[in-house]
Design a protein around this ligand. Sequence first.
Ligand SMILES: *[C@@H]1O[C@H](CO)[C@@H](O)[C@H](O)[C@H]1NC(C)=O
Ligand SMILES: *[C@@H]1O[C@H](CO)[C@@H](O)[C@H](O)[C@H]1NC(C)=O
Ligand SMILES: *[C@@H]1O[C@H](CO)[C@@H](O)[C@H](O)[C@H]1NC(C)=O
Ligand SMILES: *[C@@H]1O[C@H](CO)[C@@H](O)[C@H](O)[C@H]1NC(C)=O
Ligand SMILES: *[C@@H]1O[C@H](CO)[C@@H](O)[C@H](O)[C@H]1NC(C)=O
Ligand SMILES: *[C@@H]1O[C@H](CO)[C@@H](O)[C@H](O)[C@H]1NC(C)=O
Ligand SMILES: *[C@@H]1O[C@H](CO)[C@@H](O)[C@H](O)[C@H]1NC(C)=O
Length: 280
Amino acid sequence: MLPSALLAVALATSATARCSRTFLNDAIDSYLAAQSKGEPTALFTLTDNFNYTEQFKPANISSGILSKALQIDHNLSIKDPVLCTAFTELIVLDPGHPYVIGTRMELDGQRIKKIETLVTDEGDWLFNATGYAYYSSLENWDIIPEDQRDSREVIQAAGDAYFNRFADANITVPFGTPCARLEGGAYTGGRNISANTCNLGLPSTIKVVDRRYVVDEEMGAVNIYVGFPGLDRASKEPGPDSHLFRVEKGKLRYIHTVSTCEGHPGCGLSNTTFVPGRTA
Ligand SMILES: *[C@@H]1O[C@H](CO)[C@@H](O)[C@H](O)[C@H]1NC(C)=O
Ligand SMILES: *[C@@H]1O[C@H](CO)[C@@H](O)[C@H](O)[C@H]1NC(C)=O
Ligand SMILES: *[C@@H]1O[C@H](CO)[C@@H](O)[C@H](O)[C@H]1NC(C)=O
Ligand SMILES: *[C@@H]1O[C@H](CO)[C@@H](O)[C@H](O)[C@H]1NC(C)=O
Ligand SMILES: *[C@@H]1O[C@H](CO)[C@@H](O)[C@H](O)[C@H]1NC(C)=O
Ligand SMILES: *[C@@H]1O[C@H](CO)[C@@H](O)[C@H](O)[C@H]1NC(C)=O
Ligand SMILES: *[C@@H]1O[C@H](CO)[C@@H](O)[C@H](O)[C@H]1NC(C)=O
């Protein structure tokens, strides 16, 4: 091989992985430890221009949710070595104050650059931590065998198609059968486990904005943070929202959401139960 070809190979390799899965795993462990202990200082080193948000608004990490020791009953994480990002879903069943928390981290290979946390509890979209834990426990988020994995492009495209469909009825979303959607604690999957569908009808006038990704080829998963217009009927602002998609053979298998309703119980739909194909 010519030296220039060797160099090209080296560059291509370094462009694919900006940080290792081990490093991301350590960062996630530091996050879990910090949240368990209620000690933000247990986190990995932060960059000088580190940013922290809760519900997509700048917040003080020292007095935010990480300063509360929480008994974590369930955690699920995905890691993206290419973007050097990670996402963790936490469920806290403490009857005194249950939570479902989504946390997205951006790193630089050594330090944490940004943490965006979505803290959901009573009053947030379809909130029911018990339901979230129960339905999660029925699902299989194991590592996908190497010879059955989709590429990161395919995985991300499946998640993007779902959001693109909200603005355009002509988009075909690769829904699998079965497919189950877990929102807050409500499940579309309970009806018929072998024939579940996520294709329950979607609106087609909503432009889902500001997408931020974590793509994990080993888990067949993509997490997308978005601003979701119309999620909160009582607000004109796009709602803070996280969608975690499990993709198997190019098709959506599970969808988990964490969506907060800023000061509007139930996002302006208090006391409603799950409405298939809710239209905003
Ligand atoms: C952040 O919270 C800590 C702990 O409550 C407090 O000591 C500090 O003053 C706060 N910082 C800002 C900028 O409000
Ligand atoms: C996170 O979940 C894994 C199993 O998936 C478990 O082994 C680990 O103890 C959990 N961590 C915390 C802090 O709860
Ligand atoms: C943190 O936010 C500030 C202000 O928006 C921005 O200038 C800075 O680049 C951000 N830092 C990171 C690591 O994104
Ligand atoms: C929450 O989910 C659990 C488990 O599915 C269910 O038994 C319970 O009735 C739900 N609670 C509410 C308020 O919907
Ligand atoms: C969807 O397809 C129909 C029929 O081809 C077309 O009339 C319509 O303009 C398309 N809608 C969008 C948003 O592209
Ligand atoms: C579940 O769906 C399958 C496939 O459509 C169907 O054969 C089966 O009868 C359904 N089961 C129930 C309990 O509805
Ligand atoms: C929701 O239901 C509770 C209990 O039934 C009731 O007290 C409350 O007024 C309801 N809230 C709204 C906004 O309808």
